[in-house]
Design a protein around this ligand. Structure first.
Ligand code: ZN
Length: 160
């Protein structure tokens, strides 16, 4: 069976940056996703289309097809009182915040002063070329309810 839209795919993968540092990898069994439902980044999804169990591939994904390019406008100073008063704010800390469209975003603290905090709301992988080392472990047709929900149910997927 070949990977196509509305199929559930299990992958083993390792993701590295261009320095060979491991950014992420599948753990405790395979990573499972619904193909064709924007569950994974587009640059990887398109390379997996038409592949089958046992296929191994290396995919280099440019930022535009990964987590986007860095946007320096997302680096800004915000008032210190947006953060809990009793919490020490140090560079490298990450906070969840609400983005301009109501979505949850993660911001990284670059520096903290007495009255302001400099934050970076870019995705941590924005501007990073992504090197995927992937093996296709399993492919099956999705259940109708999975297609309706846009995600996988069962092991490795949603449980609800
Ligand atoms: Zn569901």
């Amino acid at each position: 069976m070949k990977i196509a839209d509305n199929h559930v795919v299990s992958l083993n993968y390792t993701l590295t940056d261009n320095d060979g540092e491991v950014i992420d990898q599948s753990q405790d069994g395979s990573f499972v996703y619904l193909h064709g439902a924007n569950n994974i980044i587009s640059g990887l999804e398109k390379e997996l289309t038409g592949r089958a169990v046992g296929d191994q591939l290396q995919v280099k994904v440019p930022p535009a097809e990964g987590y986007g390019d860095r946007d320096e406008a997302l680096v800004e100073e915000v008032p210190r009182d947006m953060f809990p008063a009793d919490q020490e704010i140090t560079p490298g800390m990450m906070f969840h915040a609400q983005g301009p469209n109501g979505e949850m975003i993660t911001v990284t603290v670059l520096g903290a002063g007495d009255s302001t905090v400099k934050i970076d709301a870019n995705h941590a992988l924005a501007g990073v070329e992504l090197n995927f080392d992937v093996e296709v472990m399993e492919v099956r047709e999705a259940e109708q309810v999975e297609i309706e929900h846009g995600h996988v149910h069962g092991p490795g997927g949603h449980d609800h």
